[in-house]
Ligand binder design. Structure first.
Ligand SMILES: *[C@@H]1O[C@H](CO)[C@@H](O)[C@H](O)[C@H]1NC(C)=O
Length: 456
């Protein structure tokens, strides 16, 4: 064989890249002529979080249409993996990606990648109370004469803004080991929660961009007891599931009413108060479809900022979800066509010499475990890039006893990290289990469905 193939793997960097390392290319420096321009100052992080959260709701709605029942995904993980890919795109391909990822309407003086750098740094400065570590990895095959023709060096971009340095892999001639290597990396970044992100890898794959995020948090208000309680799948179909409650007293929690969604919202903070879970509970048992239809970021943000602390009598299902999603059809539905087309894709900024590149797959996997002490959640996204070869007051009762939406949000930036819905929890074992104060649970068993929530 005349070619030597090497592949660069951008490994998770836990070392923060300081701004001092951002290189200013000589070309750009030369442009700084005596003419002084005053550029407006952009809060890149805020603008990018806004775009990402809009994309999160778009994703939610589109995934909801294509999967039945429960759902869990990490919008942040998907955004980050695709934003890196976007960094290598040009022309119509880039335009379509910007539209789908909601970067399109950002002010001209704002920069997507700078926004991600700010977020990456923010999420990596984890406190002892919770672990939140977004990690990036990028596997790249490059030709012998690897040269970026464009102004942007893709490896520099991922290293500088996504804190992802490179490693070599030989995907073409050592496909099985490469696949194993990627999966092992994801497993190590997600505490072995996600062990088989990729089930197969085509030897023709030139580049795999991988992102992993993991979160572990303890509730500020731990639940004291679990019991078997009702969950209404529909108006006339109720199952018993394991639910959680506070043993004595009703903690003050932030709560709000959202008439536009015909729903209520509740915040469950994790220790450290930098990350919270939010529960969007429809007012009506069969209100989830309406809520999903009305879901809108402006209304949601307004509701979150006007929530007030009230004593809450909370009952919530204990649940774990795991899901793998093929994002390709969903991203196409959001208008990203060209990047998936061997003929139309323009990813020349990734820079593998003359090789034409296109995206073959975008897979996403997420898991969440919500229990009485807190939450563990992990997600990973892989974007597979191919060379063109062939085609392919009194306490407010808040009984979450009906299908609902939840999301985990980083509070400093407002980034939605995980999002999903619980439509059908697991049926509980016949006998109820009390944690801690065993005697208390009976009073919850057999609680009337839909007891309150009618205004009274
Ligand atoms: C919650 O914490 C208690 C006390 O530390 C422990 O016994 C229990 O196993 C924990 N439960 C879960 C689901 O982690």
């Amino acid at each position: 064989m005349a070619y030597t193939w090497t592949v660069a793997l951008l490994l998770a960097a836990l070392v923060a890249v300081t701004l001092a390392q951002v290189k200013v290319s000589p070309k750009i420096a030369a442009i700084q002529q005596p003419i002084r321009r005053v550029y407006p100052i952009c809060n890149h992080q805020r603008v990018v979080v806004c775009a990402n959260n809009r994309f999160a709701l778009d994703l939610y709605k589109n995934i909801a249409c294509s999967v039945d029942g429960n759902m869990i995904f990490s919008p942040f993980s998907v955004s980050a993996a695709l934003a890196m890919t976007y960094g290598g795109a040009s022309g119509v391909t880039a335009k379509q990606m910007a539209k789908a990822l909601r970067f399109y309407n950002m002010p001209w003086y704002c920069n997507v990648h700078k926004g991600f750098l700010a977020l990456m740094n923010l999420l990596q400065s984890s406190s002892t109370q919770y672990i939140l570590s977004p990690c990036q990895q990028d596997l790249r095959r490059r030709r012998l004469s690897f040269e970026c023709k464009s102004h942007i060096n893709f490896a520099d971009l991922t290293q500088t803004y996504y804190l992802s340095p490179a490693e070599n892999l030989d995907i073409r001639f050592d496909t099985a080991n490469s696949l194993q290597h990627i999966n092992n990396w994801v497993a190590s970044q997600t505490n072995n929660e996600i062990t088989n992100l990729l089930t197969a890898l085509d030897p023709g794959t030139g580049l795999v961009l991988v992102n992993a995020i993991t979160f572990k948090g303890e509730w500020v208000n731990k639940f004291d007891l679990t019991y078997s309680g009702p969950f209404h799948l529909t108006c006339c179909d109720t199952i018993q599931t394991t639910k959680m409650k506070f043993g004595c007293g009703y903690p003050m929690m932030k709560h709000g009413v959202i008439p536009a969604f015909d729903a209520q919202i509740l915040e469950l903070p994790y220790k450290g108060n930098k990350v919270s879970m939010y529960i969007l509970r429809p007012n009506h048992i069969e209100g989830l479809a309406y809520l999903e239809n009305q879901l809108n970021l402006a209304i949601l943000n307004a509701a979150i900022s006007s929530m007030t602390a009230k004593p809450i009598d909370l009952a919530m299902p204990k649940f774990s979800l795991s899901q793998t999603i093929d994002l390709k059809p969903i991203l196409k539905a959001l208008g990203m066509f060209d990047v998936f087309s061997a003929f139309d894709a323009d990813l020349h900024k990734i820079g593998t010499g003359n090789a034409k590149l296109w995206v073959d797959f975008v897979v996403h996997q997420a898991i969440i475990n919500v229990h009485e002490n807190g939450t563990e959640a992990s997600a990973a996204t892989a974007v597979g890039v191919c060379r063109v070869k062939r085609a392919t007051p009194p306490p407010i009762p808040y009984d979450v006893d009906r299908p609902f939406i939840f999301f985990i949000r980083e509070q400093t930036s407002g980034s939605i990290l995980f999002m999903g819905r619980l439509v059908k929890p697991e049926a509980a074992a016949a006998t109820a289990v009390g944690v801690g104060k065993g005697g208390d649970f009976e009073r919850f068993v057999g609680m009337k469905p839909d007891q309150v929530f009618r205004k009274g």
